[in-house]
Write a protein of this length. Structure first.
Ligand code: SF4
Length: 353
């Protein structure tokens, strides 16, 4: 059973690179870069237990204008990039957030906002939802369960109630409706040390329950495996589950996921302009596997094709079971129901990532 922590650990606790090599899948190298994921800063109005960034209200790490401008310059010369993926913390709290959205949209790129929902109700953020709609930003919002008890346990008191309020605010603007160009995707991650259930099945449950109880519609549900990094890693240690969780991920290594790993087509840039192979590597301070180390060293992102990708033990989190990425499961994902490639092509003039 994929969710059973009692699953026998493999005889060898081998590293990720070796697991790839034994199946003839090493070295892991980059394809053309289609997505730049920008972590604009670690400040957040929440401090969730599963957060691999360890974000929270007291964090001060934030991107400045000079770095944001450099990113837009590099994007201008990166013809393979179709998508800018803004994350944090709560990216909306960063002073550069709107500058990056407007700049990326002016370049014809699709923009994703990884939104915790509650930030849309924070003082000073009253017009953020309308701003997102005006610029056709795709909202990818965390909602780890359809019940108050589970969400509040993972994310804090009254977070579920406020998340539903924020979803209603987005719905009034047209987000999540079938056929709407205002895309709303929801993100599920398990409440603890288990793998996510099958994405398509869980999506059907979310769709039914959110519609029935709250009148809320959305486009896709993305299931994401918890990464044993930072705050979640420490919670595992405290509960004595760190080794068992690591064994669970390794035991469910699925070579079929490797061709679709997000690091093959995505580059991550931190608030300080440093480049990484993904947001997880960024939090572990693992630099980009290729030569460029910062956004100032990379003339464009097209030149990174073919570079090696830096991997470590946490990468088993991306290859366990059906696989995991910021875009949800890597295998057996149901195609988007209400917003297809045609909409992305129409909006951006480029192929969807
Ligand atoms: S953790 Fe990052 S580098 Fe490792 S497999 Fe996942 S996306 Fe790739």
């Amino acid at each position: 059973m994929p969710n059973d922590l009692r699953v026998a650990p493999p005889l060898e606790q081998r590293g990720f690179g070796e697991a790839l090599a034994r199946r003839g899948l090493a070295p892991l190298t980059r394809h053309p870069v289609t997505t730049l994921q920008i972590n604009v800063g670690w400040r957040c109005d929440l401090a969730c237990t599963h957060c691999h960034v360890e974000a929270g209200p007291k964090r001060t790490e934030m991107m400045d204008r000079k770095t944001a401008d450099r990113i837009l310059t590099v994007l201008r010369g990166s013809s393979s990039v179709t998508t800018v993926d803004l994350t944090g913390g709560a990216p909306e709290l960063n002073a550069q957030f709107r500058h990056l959205v407007v700049g990326a949209r002016a370049l014809g790129l699709q923009v994703i906002d990884r939104c915790n929902l509650t930030v849309l109700l924070e003082p000073g953020q009253e017009d953020t939802a309308a701003f997102l709609a005006e610029h056709l930003v795709r909202v990818v919002a965390s909602l780890p369960c359809t019940t108050e008890e589970t969400v509040d346990a993972q994310r804090g008191r009254r977070v579920f109630e406020r998340s539903i309020e924020a979803l209603h605010k987005l719905a009034r603007l047209g987000y999540g409706r079938p056929g709407s160009p205002l895309t709303l995707d929801l993100v599920y991650n398990p409440p603890g040390a288990t793998l996510p259930p099958p994405q398509a099945k869980l999506e059907a449950i979310y769709r039914q329950e959110l519609k029935e109880h709250f009148g809320i519609e959305f486009h896709r549900l993305l299931t994401i495996t918890n990464m044993p990094i930072r705050r979640f890693a420490r919670a595992l240690e405290r509960e004595g589950k760190a080794d068992a969780y690591s064994s669970l991920l390794i035991a469910h290594f699925n070579p079929e996921t490797v061709s679709g790993l997000m690091c093959r087509s995505l580059v991550s840039v931190g608030y300080d302009g440093r480049l990484h192979d993904c947001d997880f590597n960024q939090m572990l301070d693992l630099p980009l596997g290729g030569k460029a180390r910062t956004i100032w060293e990379a003339a464009d992102l097209t030149g990174l094709e073919g570079d090696p990708i830096e991997t470590a033990r946490h990468c088993f989190g991306c290859t366990a079971g059906a696989g995991s990425s910021c875009g949800g499961t890597l295998l057996n994902a149901k195609p988007a129901r209400a917003r297809g490639s045609e909409v992305v092509r129409k909006e951006t003039g480029r192929e969807p990532s």
